[in-house]
Design a protein around this ligand. Structure first.
Ligand code: 6PG
Length: 237
């Protein structure tokens, strides 16, 4: 199934116990390719729970040229960076602090400012970030409702064709409703899009999106892609 304007979806089916190593290897390889081609790699890291195991394995890979990597955050809950619900906290604890990434190559989405201010600050930073596409790798999660990052079904801002970052309101039952995150335009401004869609509660929406369900193609998670590759990593049916 092709995605609007992006590379057709590739589906990687992995057993749960192979998930972290498989995705970490995919990302590490893509980082090396980017650095070899352009001397640097810009990666957008996903929040939530799913990527944590991947980040831990990736952090242990000493062959990754971390000194040439810049890290961005796909979306953030509007809490302090040391809050239990902070995506940055999870990403920092599992990856960034472990590889000792220099502060000036970590572009944190400052959720503590509140959604609108955090989005405006991140949008301004991304707007002057040279290069098209802006990123080499975007890692995206999927919610059971078909959201990705802070792009929630029914939010008209999902369809915006301008801007790089936006404020959002996560619906119940999410604990933190005030959010900020990359726009669809930003998430798709990447060579490689890696979509992590594992766990049983995601299977219904995953089957709809990766199947021929026309309505599901309007869900935010169905609309992310890479200019060169769009890889969905799923567990067996
Ligand atoms: C967040 C994420 C969100 C996440 C999905 C999947 O802030 O929660 O950006 O989009 O990727 O909700 O979350 P899990 O990986 O926890 O299932």
């Amino acid at each position: 199934m092709s995605t609007a304007g992006g590379a057709p979806r590739e589906v990687l089916v992995v057993e749960p116990d192979a998930f972290a190593v498989t995705v970490a290897t995919l990302i590490a390889d893509a980082i090396r390719v980017a650095v070899a081609a352009r001397g640097k790699c810009r990666i957008v890291l996903a929040g939530g729970r799913t990527p944590a195991s991947v980040y831990r394995v990736l952090a242990a890979d000493t062959t990754v040229p971390w000194a040439q990597v810049s890290a961005f955050i796909g979306d953030e809950r509007c809490v302090p960076p040391d809050h239990a619900e902070s995506n940055y906290r999870m990403i920092n604890e599992t990856l960034l602090s472990v590889v000792a990434m220099e502060e000036d190559r970590i572009f944190r989405l400052r959720g503590e400012l509140g959604g609108a201010a955090a989005a405006a600050e991140y949008d301004a930073m991304l707007d002057v970030l040279a290069g098209a596409p802006k990123f080499d790798i975007v890692l995206s999660g999927v919610g059971a409702d078909g959201h990705t990052a802070s792009l929630f079904p029914g939010d008209p801002a999902v369809d915006s064709t301008t801007g790089w970052a936006m404020a959002a309101v996560a619906p119940a039952p999410f604990a933190i409703s005030d959010r900020a995150g990359l726009t669809l335009r930003a998430l798709n401004s990447t060579r490689l899009q890696v979509v992590l869609c594992t766990a049983d509660d995601k299977k219904p929406v995953r089957r709809r999106i990766l199947g021929d369900d026309t309505a599901a193609q309007a869900l935010p998670a169905a609309r992310v892609s890479g200019t060169e590759r769009t890889v969905w990593v799923v567990d067996p049916d």
